[in-house]
Ligand binder design. Structure first.
Ligand code: KG4
Ligand code: ZN
Length: 358
């Protein structure tokens, strides 16, 4: 049995978790900085770094306490290395290095993007990863920073089929909410506001899906673009008559229609990949995977022959359980990071994933 302490500080959540054998989450703590960033309408990297510095120690202590263990029981320290905000990442990484060195433990740097995918397999799902029938696996990672489709084969090789060429899906929801004066972060607020709205009342564009009579260029078949949806919202608001805006239902209908455009593009692109490759499993992960409408439409619109694995909402948004879980696979192989590892801001090219048993 192995116990890994996972740490996460890539954006605006400080998190620590204790995960047993890459599967069972014994304790998971997340300290959100949302209230600190909300007045700025988005995450301020330097502010995030300072907040991580304050929160890392108490968050680690409560994760250990909730798990009923002490540092003496931990076998390795895993930490998000990137992608993310460098000032924020550096705080977590240096803290993890200190913790590993002081406790004579190996350090494992984890890719945050892959950790999001792994979040779908925590708390009992990891068995599925050992089953050859799970592959090819298609992962849609949708968060504030990512919108990507990754295809994973039975031998662990992987390739990114497509990604956003401008804004991420979460960013589109966050910026849309900001534009409508609804607050930050926009995703959950948009979902709530959309609940009573008519999603068919207004039509927002579905970029790169072949709508508006424009065929999709082959290189964009699995790519996403969300900045046009945001611009369409801006004009929708600007051009609306005052009496319309003030009328009951206008805001809810606007938000429901806007959210629908984002969700529809995500589902359509996933369906294109499912059509083109012999996909057996679709994973939806990342903060936007919390979205109830996305979850519902994925369940409804995917062909029955495909197994849908939606990450549990608590492991969709940033957390450290996914970090401690993914790190287990490097730990098992004795693949440790030296103390000289550095943070990275952007997603590197992915050619393989560590969680497939060869
Ligand atoms: O994974 P995450 O916590 O951080 C990143 O790695 O980016 O994702 C945060 C994103 C934000 O854009 C937030 O608005 C979005 O996830 N989000 C949601 C929901 N909950 C969080 N988007 C839509 N519906 C939700 N319920
Ligand atoms: Zn994330």
């Amino acid at each position: 049995m192995s116990l890994i302490l996972g740490l996460e500080s890539s954006c605006d959540e400080t998190a620590a978790a204790v995960v047993q054998d890459g599967n069972t989450v014994l304790g998971s703590e997340v300290a959100s900085q949302i209230a600190r960033h909300a007045p700025h309408g988005g995450v301020v990297p330097e502010l995030a770094a300072r907040e991580h510095l304050k929160a890392l120690l108490p968050v680690t202590e409560s994760a250990l306490k909730n798990a009923g263990v002490t540092m003496a029981d931990i076998d390795a320290v895993a930490v998000t290395q990137g992608p993310g905000l460098i000032p924020a990442l550096l705080v977590g990484l240096n803290y993890a290095k200190g913790l590993a060195q002081a406790n004579h433990l190996p350090l494992i740097g984890v890719n945050h993007f892959l950790a999001h995918i792994y979040g779908a397999f925590l708390d009992g799902g990891a068995e599925m990863l050992k089953n050859p029938d799970t592959y090819p696996l298609l992962a849609l990672v949708v968060s504030g920073g990512h919108t990507s489709l990754l295809l994973v084969d039975r031998d662990g090789s992987a390739r990114q089929l497509g990604c956003t060429i401008d804004d991420a899906a979460g960013e589109a929801l966050d910026k849309g909410a900001k534009l409508l004066g609804l607050g930050y972060p926009g995703g959950p607020i948009m979902q709530k506001t959309a609940e009573n709205g008519d999603k068919e009342r207004f039509v927002f564009p579905r970029p790169l899906t072949g709508g508006a009579g424009k065929p999709v260029a082959p290189e964009n078949r699995y790519n996403f673009s969300f900045s046009g949806i945001k611009t369409a919202l801006l004009y929708h608001v600007r051009n609306a008559a005052e009496s319309d805006v003030a009328s009951p239902g206008w805001l809810a209908d606007t938000v429901a229609s806007y959210q629908e455009a984002v969700v529809d593009v995500l589902v359509r692109k996933t369906l294109s990949a499912v059509k083109d490759f012999p996909v057996r499993t679709v994973v939806v992960a990342g903060g936007v995977a919390c979205n109830a409408e996305l979850r519902r439409q994925m369940s409804e619109r995917l062909p029955r022959k495909v197994t849908l694995k939606l990450a549990p909402p608590k492991y969709c948004t940033d957390n450290a359980a996914m970090v401690g879980g993914l790190a287990y696979h490097a730990f098992k192989r004795g693949e440790f990071s030296g103390l000289s590892i550095d943070s990275f801001a952007r997603l590197p090219r992915i050619v393989s994933v560590p969680f497939v048993e060869k």
